[in-house]
Design a protein around this ligand. Sequence first.
Ligand code: KE4
Length: 428
Amino acid sequence: MRYQRSSILFKEAQKVIAGGVNSPVRAFKSVGGTPIFVEKAKGALLYDKDGNTFLDYISSWGPMILGHAYDPVLKAIKNRAEKGTSFGIPTALETEIASLALEMVGNKDKIRFVNSGTEACMSAIRLARGFTNREKIIKFRGCYHGHSDAFLIQAGSGAVTFGSPSSPGVTKGTAEDTLLADYNNLEEVIKIFDEYPEEIAAVIVEPVAGNMGCITPKNGFLEGLRNICDKFDSLLIFDEVMTGFRLAKGGAQEILGVTADIVTYGKVLGGGLPVGAFAAKNEIMKELAPEGEVYQAGTLSGNPIAMAAGLATIQALDSDQEIYLRLEKKTENLELGFTEVLNKKGLPHQINRIGSMFSLHFTEEPVIDFRTAELGNNKLFKTYFHGMLREGIYLPPSAFESYFLNDALTFSNINKTIEAFRKVISGF
Ligand code: KE4
């Protein structure tokens, strides 16, 4: 595997783009080495600038669930582009994708489209604060809701629940309104509500966490959040930017059977173009401008090309009764194959999987929250990542990310991945 061209391109990028990338995780900081530069992609395959090909297990961090350059999506983009790319004026297309999305998700009356998952989560928090007239929010350590200030908060030194900025530029004032608990730890949440019974606007949670690796909720965790939000008149926000339209048509709400008050979306809903969204019952959404007082806006929100790509994507998901079963089976095969290799090697490991989300952690302890995710052997992960890259398998370049399978991955691709894994692990 040669990476010369990518290395040259990365050096050139670093001269004109901050850090050489437009999103930090792409810089391979967590695994070392230099990022590959992609020339093109089709189906499950990525083609880099050095002529290498890779089976893609990040699917652009979720959006490309149907595979890259999926013909009906390409066709929808081309047809729409010929009519003009952006108007800043309503189009019927926005109503069409809004209607289908709400039908698939169920139990929500209205949606608002934005341009990223960050914008969706940022807007959802503002809407919850406006609706409840309260200021504090609860989030969970290791959950990521995009890069708006309210979410870039880490565990404060000392204080169990008070956050402190996890990035320069985030003010102490902002941090004071974000309280933290451990994922899967309902007791901590109850303690916070007991301390601030009338100040919590919302609890925001990834119903399946995908930013500490993939972590599923313990039995009763989400139900517990639902009950405590009801008890204290706070809103429950599910950040389904990753899980929405990926785990099922109705996302995590459908498969986990818990209904949130506001749900945020992104990734799959845009089919590879910049789309985010948030949805709720009318009682909440009517508080949003221009109907209500909570302001939220965007020049390119509901952009027709992005709407066309998103609509074609969720239409494909809505009409294919088998796709979620296929994705589940392929991901299960991957888990079974990896487990057989790791058990034979006697290597301590945890594999977390739900639907087409998957993560491998080199640790004895079950990975149920950020603390246990941090116990993973990152040195082994780096060797694993680069070994698999050399075998033509593109994995997320961090142990704190989820894999996202796409439907273009065939069962023989999965078998090839398992054989590559066997070869890499044999060298451990
Ligand atoms: P974006 O602003 O990146 O579209 O979405 C933010 C976001 C919100 N909520 C969840 C659960 C998310 O996973 C994300 C973004 N996911 C990361 C992957 N861990 C995107 C990759 C990146 O940052 O480049």
